[in-house]
Design a protein around this ligand. Structure first.
Ligand code: UGA
Length: 435
């Protein structure tokens, strides 16, 4: 099938590349020229495992192309995915100006049937605005449908999440659109992946409600972890025990320094605001947000309780991205923690396998803040190691080597990556969360 994807951000690039890899012909419209130049050479502007390979393969096969020209993109196919950004606007409300702009451009170029699909996370009933905007600006009376097909990709495992989805959700009221979706997702349904059809409003809500629920689960376990610390219980085991109940499930019960990224913080805010605008007081989510913000403050207090004075201490930080397998630092806990330690006068030694370059844009290198390309090199002469992201090579790090490289064997682990008794058997003072 022929597919147009508007927006070459995370969602757009993964959607475009994966659909191309499944044998479709895809054009991706993006307005940042430098991004297009990179993409045409097969270079992904973001770090996402596996994306470069799929991108290159499909450029070579001529199944994916990139353009700055919206008209060219719209004329290319009948199926148009909106994957533009919906950043946080005023009052926590989602800023939908890019959705509006894309809708107007579709209207101006509407000469034959189009199926317009929202993939970006949007507040409920955004599809109605898209429809209204297209009708207002359209020059011709041409049939079109607007559908919602939210994405559930996680950064760091986006390709796998796209190709092996737990469910594909489609919200549409049109039979024609439903048939196009059936054809589009046939490779998935052939493998018994679940495709559910619902109304656009329900589909929009499924996405927002899912993200908000997952954030709630994280905040919940984080509060349990505080209680564990007070009463001498182990939050990891509590999570195991709870998770074995199929109604609860083990995933998203990892206690730590809380959630970050470009989705949860923004989506939870937007969900609260949308509920409020509709007269629903979703205060349980406000609490979840408050708990999450507090994680960072508490972790900084923990560091102070352990190290006493941070000024002039050599502190190594492993992990700057908001989660492993990404170079994304948006809303990462590391930003607040580094800011606080930096203003307390610590000598910071930072290491992240992928996110250091992005981090340098916020915290440029200085005598008090240095970046290292080797995780062990970052530990030399260090008074403490702080772990903020659970990258796999931290989990499998050589504890003997860490101990021999540091000045003092102190580890403060914000993600509970090590087995306590194992680390302690090497002679470390080891502090983690809720254990
Ligand atoms: C999230 C959702 O998981 C995806 O389903 C959704 O499609 C995506 O948002 C989106 O809306 O685009 P993502 O933000 O990439 O994906 O990452 P997650 O794996 O969900 O992690 C989010 C944050 O929660 C990270 O900071 C992570 O460290 C934290 N987290 C996650 C925990 O603190 N504990 C956990 O148990 C799980």
């Amino acid at each position: 099938m022929k597919i147009t994807v508007i927006g070459a951000g995370y969602v757009g690039l993964v959607t475009a590349s994966c659909f191309a890899d499944l044998g479709n012909e895809v054009i991706c419209v993006e307005k940042i020229e430098s991004k297009i130049e990179k993409l045409r050479k097969g270079i992904s502007p973001i770090y996402e495992p596996g994306l470069d390979i799929i991108l290159k393969r499909n450029i070579e096969n001529k199944r994916i192309s990139f353009t700055l020209n919206m008209t060219e993109g719209i004329n290319f196919s009948d199926i148009i995915f909106f994957c533009v950004g919906t950043p946080q606007g005023d009052d926590g409300k989602a800023d939908l100006s890019q959705i509006e702009e894309a809708s107007r451009q579709i209207a101006e170029n509407l000469t034959s049937y189009k199926l317009i699909i929202e993939k970006s996370t949007v507040p409920v009933n955004t599809h109605q605005w898209i429809k209204k905007t297209i009708l207002r600006y359209a020059k011709n009376n041409v049939e079109f449908d607007v559908a919602s097909n939210p994405e559930f990709l996680r950064e760091g495992s986006a390709i796998k999440d796209f190709l092996e989805p737990d469910r594909i959700v489609v919200g549409t009221e049109s039979n024609k659109a439903r048939n196009l979706f059936r054809e589009l997702y046939k490779p998935f349904t052939d493998q018994d992946r679940i495709l559910i059809f619902t109304t656009p409003a329900t589909a929009e809500l499924i996405k927002h409600a899912s993200n908000s629920f997952l954030s709630l689960k994280i905040s919940y376990i984080n509060m349990v972890s505080d209680l564990c610390e007070k009463v001498g219980a182990d939050v990891s085991m509590v999570a195991e025990g709870m998770g074995l109940d199929k109604r609860i499930g083990r995933s998203f019960l990892n206690a730590g320094i809380g959630y970050g990224g470009s989705c949860f913080p923004k989506d939870v805010k937007a969900f609260i605001k949308m509920a409020k605008d509709n007269g629903v007081d979703f205060s349980i989510l406000e609490e979840s947000e408050k708990v999450n913000k507090n994680r960072r403050v508490k972790f900084i207090e923990k560091i102070e309780n352990i190290l006493w004075i941070n000024k002039d201490k050599n502190i190594t930080i492993w992990g700057l991205s908001f989660k492993p397998n990404t170079d994304d630092i948006r809303e990462a806990p590391s930003i607040d923690i580094v800011k606080q330690l930096n203003s307390a006068g610590a000598n910071l030694r930072l290491y992240d396998p992928e996110a250091a370059e992005n981090f340098k844009n916020i915290f440029p290198e200085s005598d008090k803040l240095r970046y290292f390309s080797d995780m062990y090199g970052a530990l030399e002469d260090s008074d403490a190691l702080i772990i903020l992201t659970e990258w796999e090579h931290f989990i499998s790090a050589n504890l003997e080597k860490i101990k021999n490289t540091m000045k003092l064997p102190i580890i403060i682990d914000g993600r509970n990556i090590f087995d306590e008794s194992l680390v302690e058997s090497y002679g470390f003072e080891y502090y983690s969360i809720g254990r």
